[in-house]
Design a protein around this ligand. Sequence first.
Ligand code: CO8
Length: 265
Amino acid sequence: EGIGLDFTQITLEMEDGWALLTINRPKVLNALNQETLQELERALDEVERRKEIRALVITGAGEKAFVAGADITELRRIETAGEAERQATLGQTLFTRLEELPIPVVMAVNGYALGGGFELALSGDILLASDQAQFGLPEINLGVLPGYGGTQRLARLAGKNTAKYFALTGDRMDAETAYHLGIVQRVVPAANLKEEAKSLAAKLARKAPIAIRYIKQVINQGSETDLKTGLRLEASSFGVVFDSQDRVEGMDAFLEKRKPSFRGE
Ligand code: CO8
């Protein structure tokens, strides 16, 4: 089922309890222009509005690319430093919103994830990569730097000097390397990527939504604080989640030797 049918740069489809968002500009390797970012924003509005959506998968159209970065044709037309800063901030805000979405976001990286495309992938919760995927921050080769969070998220995820290496050289890494650096959680043959993403999203969609939301939040916020603050956050969230009906259901189901049915209450 297609939802948000007036999109022209992306598609948003409702699956069984989860949604599939595809960046759909294959002729330019799904490069992100302003219109695409605006549609992404609207897609997130829709995803948050529809409570039946319990996981989101993001991928790129076509065989070759996930997203090959910001649209360089548009980038070239930016005239002032102020406008460049404004656009970087807009993109960052959108990717942070994605990162903070109360449902899990699976990035199904089906090919090139470069520049803004790598930065988009880095704002997801779980990265599945095709064995054909390539990651990189080639902004340096354009005489600029990553502007949608790449310098920050890659350094936090893979370490400072790993981030420096890739941002300074513009070198690309393959999926296997990204896996070993802890950037990607699983590498699968290209032909299986869709199926893998589908079954992962379906699995996540069956979990208890409140617990899912707090797990994401506690790990995200906790990784930005000291251990003691993070532990307090974990304990208080544990208390909040313990108050849910789904907690009763989960534990009863275990004791009654049946599958739980979580309702997000
Ligand atoms: N923007 C615009 N067009 C693109 C982009 C892009 N990022 N990437 C590819 N295309 C276009 C090509 O121009 C080409 O168009 P045409 O058919 O009209 O010639 C078409 O897509 C197919 O691409 P190629 O022919 O180049 O395909 P190849 O297989 O030869 O190469 C590559 C694939 C290696 C992925 C190559 O296309 C490439 O290097 N692309 C650019 C990658 C890049 O530099 N990305 C970083 C962009 S900058 C960025 O992301 C900054 C983010 C932060 C911005 C913050 C402020 C706004």
